[in-house]
Design a protein around this ligand. Structure first.
Ligand code: FES
Length: 312
């Protein structure tokens, strides 16, 4: 069964080509440009993980890398967010925190006793008698944690870079792109950073009439030599003396993240900094306060994933 949306203008996935990958040993087909999650959703997969405590089934929620619902193991790498990691040919993806399988998780039985298991009970329940702690510890260590760490995995290739600019713009949605362009037009050097692999923010998954706006902004920004774009780069904080700390997987204007390297950056700007972000989790209508409400932006992002490929 496939639930993939029909083609839309501006989509990033390449529907002419396919790649194969596996999820829990089962083969799936994706298009280059898909994330793991978009490919699985298109194939009809709705459950990606189990909740930490009661092992309740979890599907896509934010579609933006901001929640724990889509954590999966990719090869030796645990706790990868499926909604942001681009799928690659031959990728072996596994669910985590479920046994013996994601569909039939034995630990979900703990949910039957949820009324007797208040928040934090494990901090108080297993301290008496102290002599039994080694036994408790053995069981709890087996039950706790997400994913598997392979101690033989070679260390990653991390490096460090210092950058200097006049203006730093954090967030490359329409506001960030416009801010970067406006600063560059005044002759300032601009560093534009976004944690997504592509520029455009919500314009990527909005209605079709957003496309010309996006294309105009991208053309102006990417053609301007005063603007340096860093995608796949998360700004961790702003510090005194105009320093920003960022970590990313990409370099320069690349549109595809480099998965096997990571770069820690210290950025210094000359007193101009813009955080061009919007609310990510705007509630969907007046049902937002209800327990099962799904925020509106993720719904649009999810549609964007299935129809357009990666989030922007
Ligand atoms: S982080 Fe992937 S659905 Fe929230």
């Amino acid at each position: 069964m496939t639930t993939r949306l029909p083609p839309r203008s501006g989509e990033l996935i390449d529907r002419q080509r396919t790649v194969e990958f596996t999820f829990d040993g089962q083969s799936y087909t994706a298009h280059p440009g898909d994330t793991i999650a978009s490919a699985l959703v298109a194939a009809g997969v709705g459950v990606f993980s189990r909740s930490f405590k009661y092992h309740r089934p979890r599907g896509l929620l934010c579609c933006a890398g901001h929640c724990p619902n889509c954590l999966v193991q990719v090869g030796a790498e645990p706790s990868v967010r499926a909604c942001t990691r681009p799928v690659e040919a031959g990728m072996a993806v596994h669910s985590q925190n479920a046994w013996p399988s994601l569909a039939r998780d034995a630990m979900a039985l703990t949910g039957l006793a949820d009324r007797f298991l208040p928040v934090g009970f494990y901090y108080k329940a297993f301290v008496h008698p102290p002599a039994l702690w080694p036994a408790y510890e053995k069981v709890l260590r087996h039950m706790a944690g997400l994913g598997r760490v392979d101690p033989d995995t070679p260390p990653g290739d991390d490096d460090k870079q210092y950058l200097h600019t006049d203006v730093a713009v954090v967030g490359a949605g329409p506001a960030g792109l416009s801010a970067a362009r406006a600063a560059a037009e005044k002759g300032l050097r601009v560093l534009l950073l976004d944690d997504n692999p592509t520029l455009g923010g919500h314009l990527r998954y909005g209605p079709d009439h957003h496309q010309p706006v996006l294309e105009g902004l991208l053309a102006a920004v990417l053609a301007d030599p005063r603007i340096t774009v860093l995608t796949g780069t998360t700004v961790l904080g702003a510090f005194e003396e105009n320093w920003l700390a960022a970590v990313g997987r990409t370099a320069g204007r690349q549109r595809t993240p480099v998965q096997d390297s990571r770069r820690v950056r210290r950025l210094r700007h000359r007193g101009h900094r813009a955080a061009a972000s919007v609310r990510q989790q705007r509630p969907a209508g007046h049902h937002a306060r209800q327990r099962r409400a799904t925020p509106a932006a993720p719904l649009r992002r999810r549609a964007g994933h299935a129809g357009r490929g990666r989030d922007g």
